[in-house]
Ligand binder design. Structure first.
Ligand code: 5AD
Ligand code: SF4
Length: 442
């Protein structure tokens, strides 16, 4: 059966956590065929590029990477090169035209077919285009190879029904489909049994979990059910939509033991006119009220966000509203993006597209403001103690260790020798930077 024993694969992943998880499922199918992972592109028999198309900058980088793979194919004609994920779903056979050295284009709804397709390609070479227009089944039951044994992704739903006017995601990931609650809880328990300490529940809009499910369990019910699984130290979730975040979910977080005190609530813009044009379904005032209720219910919770600058029609005054809201809310961190025109989305056809230099200048002002706030917020933590889940050695210094607080802040401390990955330890915070806290193990 295992014709492919001794063969090697290499995966390259771009984009969001959902893509990271899909790559684990791609790797799992290759492993089941007998393939082993290699870190070296030159010795791979199969190379998979799992792609993102949320912004043009990601696409450019990916096209560059795919181009680089051509020399490997020339050197080894038996090499199989596959392009999977969102760009594959969007561009389909156009990818073959652009890069004739690609053997396989695998859409977002076809992830589970990789094993069969590779077997087929090994028997008779040719090009394979596997891109379904919609999901015929959930790919959650395919084998998974996880790189990280401490923290695991757990998809709870796929797709998105929101159609924010700038966003390509609903077109490449399809309509919302939730996994049954029992299945998610069983997978969480299986992960716990394998020693996983932290689980991140994944979905494009986790707050609408269950709306399409027969038993009508909602996201608050799911959080409560996963919280009751023995052995999981921490539960996180991504991504929340401010319109659908409600008191039931906030209460579930507050009353749980393991759900972390971190709320990632992408606001996208602080101007009501822009929010309306984005089809976000809330106003800046709604968002302020939401933040206030979170901070009342869960004191000490951290709050992070995503913001897009230069949405079509954004005036200097509208942008000033975003700056004003940022200064008022005082996020722990913000992921900020230049608006990127995605063809096929409503915003791409809107008048008054903003020139790139204006977008860049706004982004700079926004980042400067947020960096100052992040540093101030972090300085406020100096002198406190934090529970930290040890992730491992610090990347830059083998004498230091790295982990995260429940509020998702990175903490670095001098290794004592007693701590190992997966431990929950207490760290006294001695110093703060914009993106990291430094401390001493207690
Ligand atoms: N341009 C820029 N940023 C975008 N995002 C989504 N679509 C676009 C786009 N067309 C951002 C949003 C989202 C994050 C994942 O990516 O802020 O929350
Ligand atoms: Fe895109 Fe909006 Fe769906 Fe997020 S919620 S994936 S921004 S359409």
């Amino acid at each position: 059966m295992n014709d492919d024993k001794g063969k090697k694969y290499h995966t390259i992943t771009y984009g969001c956590q959902m893509n990271e998880n899909d790559s684990e499922r791609l790797a799992g199918q290759l492993k089941a065929l007998g393939y082993e992972e290699t870190g070296r592109l030159e010795e791979a028999d199969v190379i998979l590029v799992n792609t993102c198309c949320v912004r043009e900058s990601a696409e450019k980088k990916i096209h560059g990477k795919i181009g680089e793979l051509k020399r490997l194919k020339t050197a080894n004609p038996n090499l199989i090169i596959g392009v999977a994920g969102c760009m594959a779903q969007k561009d389909r056979d156009r990818l073959f035209k652009r890069a004739p050295h690609i053997d396989l284009v695998l859409g977002t709804h076809n992830i589970h077919q990789l094993g069969d397709i590779i077997t087929e390609l090994n028997q008779s070479r040719g090009r394979v285009l596997a891109v379904w227009d919609q999901a015929e089944r959930l790919a959650s039951d395919v084998p998974t190879v996880r790189k990280n044994n401490i923290a695991a992704w757990l998809p709870i739903m796929y797709g998105c029904n929101n159609f924010c006017t700038y966003c390509i995601v609903p077109y490449v990931r399809g309509r919302e489909r939730s996994r049954p609650l029992g299945e998610v809880v069983a997978e969480a328990a299986a992960l716990a049994a394998r020693g996983v300490r932290e689980i991140t529940l994944l979905g494009q809009n986790v707050n609408s979990y269950g709306k399409d499910e027969a038993d009508h369990a909602d996201f608050a019910d799911l959080l409560t059910a996963v919280d009751a699984v023995d052995g999981i130290a921490r539960i996180r979730y991504m991504t929340s939509h401010p319109r659908d975040m409600n008191a039931r979910v906030i209460d579930a977080v507050k009353n749980s033991r393991h759900v972390c005190e971190h709320f990632h609530l992408p606001i996208q813009a602080g101007s009501d006119a822009v929010l309306k044009a984005m089809n976000r379904g809330y106003t800046a005032a709604d968002y302020r009220r939401l933040v206030a209720s979170i901070r009342t219910a869960v004191p000490g919770a951290s709050l992070t966000t995503d913001i897009i600058v230069g949405f079509p029609g954004e005036t200097e005054a509208m942008f000033a509203d975003t700056l004003g809201l940022m200064a008022e809310v005082r996020f722990d961190a913000a992921y900020t993006f230049l608006y990127s025109q995605r063809s096929g989305t409503p915003a791409a056809a809107m008048p008054d597209q903003i020139p790139l230099p204006v977008k860049k200048e706004r982004l700079r002002r926004l980042m400067d403001l947020q960096n100052g706030i992040s540093l101030e917020v972090n300085r406020g933590l100096v002198g406190t103690k934090a529970e930290v889940l040890v992730e491992g050695e610090s990347k830059n210094d083998a004498n230091k260790m790295m982990g995260r607080t429940r509020t998702n802040k990175i903490v670095i401390w001098d290794r004592t020798g007693g701590e190992k990955a997966g431990d929950l330890v207490t760290v006294a915070i001695d110093a703060a930077q914009t993106w990291v806290l430094k401390g001493t193990l207690v």
